[in-house]
Ligand binder design. Structure first.
Ligand code: MG
Length: 397
């Protein structure tokens, strides 16, 4: 298969996943026609020189001005400002859109991308968690599709390919799938008690053993909130109830997730952890392309271990399960409450153990609305931020 004619766009190109997406796509020789990012001018300029896209979009006006000056001698179109990324999505005519803008800020871009009919390689979990049903409604209309790039969901998607003809991203055939086994590294504080967790500092939490990522998601991995988000993400992506998704701690991060069928057969996806593999799969599916990454050496890995998660020390996992059951705008509130609590922890306003206490207390107070459009989702998000900050102030050191 020749990928050189496939127009690709990368949203959030200067972030950790975005950078790795450029690696994976250039390795395949794909045509990167649009890059979009926020304030990281130097990095965006460097990527622009490397990829020579037709359009570069930045949500930041000042970054746009600097890009215009630096690229004045080229015919690259620069879009800047609040709606720049969405305008660029509509104009760039990409067949593959890698969405790696992080946080709820990525929702408008996700909805726009879903309207274009392109394949979305989705690395933004917040938009899916808060508004996955709205994204799928748009994909239905446009004829587009979504392939998850989050490593666990890429794995589940690949395992679901074993169920037969149905497109795995739309629906896990619930009559055939018994459970989805979502694997978790367990984070840097696996085995720690609640009391020990209260001694964790931002520096300690930012040293993630396996994946190199931004600070917000690294903290979410340490509290297991990330796994809770991924549980909701799996429910959205594969059309299953949260009681069908089980979390399993697997310290080696070699199995990226598994699907158990009703005949007790379990299909797993294994590889060394590398986000580039997930991006490559999203582009090449249902085909496969050779990777530059090293093949799995089973004898060297030696042992794969599995543990049940400690729901007492890490209560955010069960909170996510409950939040999915509450439905409506509750998942959006959870994202916002967690963002505020993690931010407060990184600024040393609250302790590590307080993150879960604050988020649980906030979710008890957040009203839940029907999430039939973006407006109630944004309303719930904003209210959750206010409620959470009131609680943070009570906990503040
Ligand atoms: Mg993940």
């Amino acid at each position: 298969m020749d990928y050189t004619n496939i127009k690709c766009a990368i949203l959030g190109s200067t972030g950790s996943v975005g950078t790795q997406a450029i690696d994976a796509l250039t390795e395949l020789g794909a045509n990167i026609t649009m890059l979009a990012a926020g304030k990281s001018f130097e990095k965006l300029l460097e990527q622009t020189k490397l990829c020579s896209p037709e359009i570069v979009a930045t949500s930041d006006e000042a970054c746009g001005e600097k890009l215009r000056a630096a690229l004045a001698h080229t015919d690259i179109k620069i879009y800047s400002g609040k709606d720049a990324i969405c305008r660029a999505i509509y104009d760039c005519d990409a067949k593959l859109i890698v969405h790696s803008i992080s946080g709820m800020a990525g929702l408008p871009a996700a909805l726009a991308a879903a309207e274009t009919g392109a394949r979305i390689a989705m690395a933004n979990k917040e938009a899916l968690i808060a508004a996955g049903h709205l994204i799928y409604a748009r994909l239905e209309k446009s004829g587009g599709e979504l392939i998850p790039v989050d490593s666990e969901h890429s794995a589940i998607f690949q395992c679901l390919c074993a169920q037969g003809a149905a497109h795995p991203s739309r629906q896990a055939d619930s009559s055939r799938v018994r459970r989805i086994l979502l694997t978790a590294s367990g984070g840097p504080f696996f085995g720690w008690s609640s009391e020990q967790l209260d001694t964790v500092t931002p520096e300690m939490a930012l040293a993630h053993p396996t994946w190199k990522m931004g600070p917000k998601i690294t903290i979410d991995c340490a509290t297991l909130m990330n796994k809770g988000f991924e549980l909701i993400e799996a429910c959205r992506l594969f059309g299953v109830d949260s009681d069908k998704v089980e979390v399993l701690v697997h310290r080696q991060s070699i199995i990226h997730s598994m699907v158990e069928y009703i005949d007790t057969s379990v299909i797993a996806q294994l590889s060394y952890p590398d986000m580039r593999d997930c991006v490559r799969f999203a582009l090449t599916y249902p085909d496969r392309a050779p990777a530059g990454s090293p093949p799995l050496d089973f004898a060297k890995v030696g042992t794969l271990t599995f543990h049940e998660p400690d729901n007492e020390a890490f209560p955010l996992l069960n909170l996510a399960r409950e939040t999915w059951r509450r439905g409506g705008t509750a998942p959006a509130s959870l994202i916002a409450a967690d963002e505020e609590a993690v931010d407060a922890f990184l600024k040393a306003k609250i302790g590590f153990g307080d993150i879960a206490r604050v988020v649980i207390a906030a979710m008890e107070k957040c009203p839940v609305y029907e999430a039939d459009s973006e407006d109630p989702i944004y309303k719930a998000e904003n209210e959750a931020r206010i409620i959470t900050n009131e609680i943070i102030n009570k906990y503040a050191k």
